[in-house]
Design a protein around this ligand. Sequence first.
Ligand code: AHR
Length: 331
Amino acid sequence: MTGLKHWLLAAGVVLFAACSGGADGTKSDAGAAKPIVLGFSQIGAESEWRTANTVSIQGAARDAGITLRFSDAQQKQENQIKALRSFIAQRVDVIAFSPVVETGWETVLREAKTAKIPVILTDRAVEVSDESLYVSFIGSDFVEEGRRAGRWLTEYYSTGKGKDFKGDINIVELQGTVGSAPANDRKAGFAEIIAADPRYKVIRSQTGDFTRAKGKEVMEAFLKAEGRKINVLYAHNDDMAIGAIQAIEEAGIKPGTEIIIISIDGVKGAFEAMMAGKLNVSVECSPLLGPQLMSTVKDVVAGKQIPKRIVTEESVFPMETAAQEFPKRKY
Ligand code: AHR
């Protein structure tokens, strides 16, 4: 090949790269690939679920070639609002966040809209009067998770191991973070199902803020007040159930048999508790939202039509299935 031919070939490659853009949806600017910049505000690290969610988002961003600006709000809404404002000031391409509570987002979301920065909600929803303030919401159906927990319980006492039980079924409930979508919705979904039978009585209900430490502390208080009157614990997440199991054992009561325990998430810690016979069922809530988020981010930047709601598919894991399922668990 002559020197001229070499030069023409090289020039052609440079020209093609400048015109075509990155294969992964990134924009090219005068030959230099410009990766999409995503600002992500995470709630914190309150649970095993949340840690898995962070790992999923960080890994998926790396795999997708998206530059991630990650901010941890330590479970405070004010920190999330600050993070969102800082992403707007940095003029990121897309903002995504998992809102700690449902209300109080209208102003900052309007600021993002004015700055023409699309916002994607992941995991938790917001309550806003104007739905155009976000482009899509990717995450679980928390009401349905609560219903699944309720259905498992009513089947347990109607056709399952508890079918010979007589009298009222006294339930204590460990709620998630006050004002959060999963706490509100899981409470509502569960209540809807048990309302069909007056034997089910929620005798205590308090927040454990989705943490093990708080779950244990609140369960200790429930046991002090109600003792062996408690038949069932419904925890809005596995971490609180795991904390509560410690409190139950310390009170000399057998979790999983003397108190039936239902929780939500399906983290590995819950599977271990189920295999030890201490937790009866975990309703799945998948934290592995990273890949779906990254492909939605690319679609938004590419100007594609995005579904307003993307619901995660999930199952229910009773303790009898735990040993078989455990090796397949990814979080
Ligand atoms: O929003 C999802 C919930 O938040 C998970 O169930 C819980 O474990 C987490 O902290």
